[in-house]
Design a protein around this ligand. Structure first.
Ligand code: GDP
Ligand code: MG
Length: 597
């Protein structure tokens, strides 16, 4: 155990985490030349393309230092706030962290929020000044920032480059010399932290864990404490580039477990794994059941694909336990599913995976958070509203509550004004303001979750030029003056376009929605009136004018090949269109309410 080091890498997105991880794997010869491929840790296609690590993974390296053999477990963490719970569990499995800071960009959003998570877990931090090869690198100033943030010495900062390999040996040395060996008692009952699970269609769920106390042995009967389920440890092992089966994994080490579990939801990240016969008395602290934060409808473009869509979603759920869904129907879109996601990125990932892995073409409706509605008739019974159309009629409604969060934003002093006006614009109430250093300010707000799930990050990034870190935690439900804004196309309400919003914003958003829809809805042979309404009261109106006669006449003239081309083009364009009544609505229109600024 004294020669084990468990560490993770924390960095803001694009600061070079994956590239540097690859260099560490090269330097420890964990990867043979034949296996080499950029960004090994991001092994889902989607992750590689987007250059982001979606799920945590772990990899074990062997390294000889001063004639002694060390085992280094690198625990990778996802880089997006949607997955912050998983990040926190990965961090809890480590004793140390490399804090990677881009020498051109300096400290940014996730650097700080993840650093705080690491400090809360008492991790040793090794600051790495990365990308020093860049002509735009600014090593002196960025080192000042790092010293300011960590209160460390300049000598502790390791200049590095994932591109040239500079600093990699120093980093390995620091991992061994600075990060403490794991503490734990191999004689105690098994107590292991589950920080990840991976779906394998042939072998079932692979559970990734860190043994805190005791040991796990092949064939042992084990128990998952949060779910109470028991299984046999059919196979255990360590994670090199491939899995290496072992007879035993002892306290301090990281490994995988296969025990015939078929569904992702049976394994909960953060749960404690113990011995079924001699269980530990203590569950590892910090376990949470992850709850979906954002809901949206997913519908097949072609109504005939409904059953296939259901099959695809079920398969997706097997390997992504955080996806939840239930059948629903929409007057406009027919049969589909109301789905719950961890956040907007998670929603995009699911949509993309449905299309790539399952060949589905789907329409996603406006996302919303989960509201609670109370009627005058039964003011003590909460109705859960995950879909705007479930909101009771205004005349019957007593009140509506929406989820609030405590938002923590750290930014440079120069941007405090802009950040504050953005948060106030988003219905935030400032609760605290602290100068961490001369130039770094921490702001706290109570804000409606609905306001931050949509375009908040992008706007925060813009107003702060990237110098804002943002983190949030739920603080419960609060009563709000919310109304449902409906959209009518050609005098028919299109339920899939309805959205819940604060009454103060309804007029301006309703107006902007109508304008946006006018841009997005293709012109047809007739005028299409677009109206926004609260109940029966119309609050905004626009019209998509009919195509001029002569344009169509020209198109449908004598030239047969041209006509065919046009028809083909229309057909291709139709892919993402949905016919509602006699109006064709493109996919973008269903999300229009999110892109109004
Ligand atoms: P991650 O999002 O933190 O995992 O960042 P990546 O490792 O994917 O790197 C983001 C981008 O920066 C990629 O285009 C890398 O090629 C580039 N990059 C990473 N490290 C370095 C470095 O040390 N020097 C230079 N010049 N570019 C780097
Ligand atoms: Mg990456």
């Amino acid at each position: 155990m004294k020669n084990i080091r468990n560490f993770c890498i924390i960095a803001h997105i694009d600061h070079g985490k994956s590239t540097l991880a690859d260099r560490l794997l090269d330097a420890t010869q964990t990867v043979t030349a034949r296996e080499q491929q950029n960004q090994l840790l991001d092994n889902m296609d989607l992750e590689r393309e987007r250059g982001i690590t979606i799920k945590s993974h772990a990899i074990q390296m062997d390294y000889i230092h001063n004639g002694e053999k060390y085992v280094l477990n690198l625990i990778d963490t996802p880089g997006h706030v949607d997955f912050s719970y998983e990040v926190s569990r990965s961090i809890a499995a480590c004793e140390g962290a490399l804090l990677i800071v881009d020498a051109a960009q300096s400290i940014q959003a996730q650097t700080i929020s993840n650093l705080y998570l690491a400090l809360e877990n008492d991790l040793t931090i090794i600051p790495v000044l990365n990308k020093v090869d860049l002509p735009s690198a600014n090593p002196e100033e960025v080192s000042d920032d790092i010293v300011d943030l960590l209160g460390c010495d300049y000598e502790e900062i390791i200049p590095a480059s994932g591109k040239t390999g500079l600093g990699v040996d120093k980093i390995l040395e620091a991992i061994i010399n600075r990060i403490p060996a794991p503490k734990g008692n191999v004689e105690e009952p098994l107590q292991a932290l589950i920080f990840d699970s991976v779906y394998n269609p042939f072998r079932g769920i692979e559970v990734i864990f860190r043994v805190i106390n005791g040991k796990i042995t092949k064939g042992q009967k084990i128990k998952f404490m949060a779910t109470g389920k028991e299984y046999f440890a059919d196979e255990i092992g360590t994670l090199k580039l491939n899995q290496v089966p072992k007879q035993e994994i002892s306290s301090g080490d990281v490994g995988y477990l296969i025990s015939g579990i078929k569904e992702a939801r049976e394994v909960k990240v953060g749960d404690t794994l113990t011995d079924a016969k001699v269980p530990t008395q203590n569950m590892i602290e910090g376990f949470e059941n992850v709850k979906p934060m954002v809901f949206a409808g997913i519908y097949p473009v072609d109504t005939e694909d409904y059953e296939e869509l259901r099959n695809s979603m079920e398969k997706l759920q097997l390997n992504d336990a955080s996806l939840v869904f239930a059948a629903e129907s929409s007057a406009a879109l027919g049969f589909g599913f109301r789905c719950g996601f961890l956040g907007m990125l998670h929603m995009e990932i699911i949509q993309e995976r449905l299309e790539r892995e399952f060949n589905m073409t789907v329409i996603t409706t406006v996302p919303n958070v989960s509201y609670l509605a109370y009627t005058k008739k039964e003011p003590d019974t909460a109705i859960v509203v995950n879909n705007p159309s479930d909101l009771p009629e205004p005349s019957k409604l007593e009140r509506v509550e929406e989820p609030y969060i405590k938002a923590t934003i750290i930014t440079k002093a120069d941007f405090v004004g802009q950040v504050m006006s953005l948060c106030i614009d988003k219905r935030g109430i400032i609760t605290n303001q602290t100068y961490l250093t001369e130039d770094r300010v921490e702001l706290m707000f109570d804000m409606p979750l609905a306001e931050i799930v949509f375009d908040f990050y992008d706007r925060l990034k813009t107003v702060s030029k990237g110098y804002a870190s943002f983190d949030y935690s739920p603080i419960g439900m609060r009563s709000s003056n919310l109304v449902k804004v409906d959209v009518m196309l050609n005098a028919n309400v299109v339920d899939a376009l309805s959205a819940l919003m604060h009454a103060d914003n309804a007029y301006s958003i309703g107006k902007k929605m109508c304008e946006k829809l006018k841009e997005l809805i293709p012109r047809q042979q007739f005028d299409i009136p677009i109206q926004a309404a609260i109940g029966v009261k119309v609050i905004a109106r626009e019209t998509v004018k009919a195509l001029r006669k002569d344009v169509t006449a020209k198109c449908y003239g004598g030239d047969i090949s041209r006509k065919r081309k046009l028809l083909e083009k229309q057909k291709a364009g139709k892919k993402r269109m949905r016919q509602v009544g006699n109006v064709e609505i493109p996919q973008e229109a269903f999300m229009a309410v999110l892109k109004l600024n």
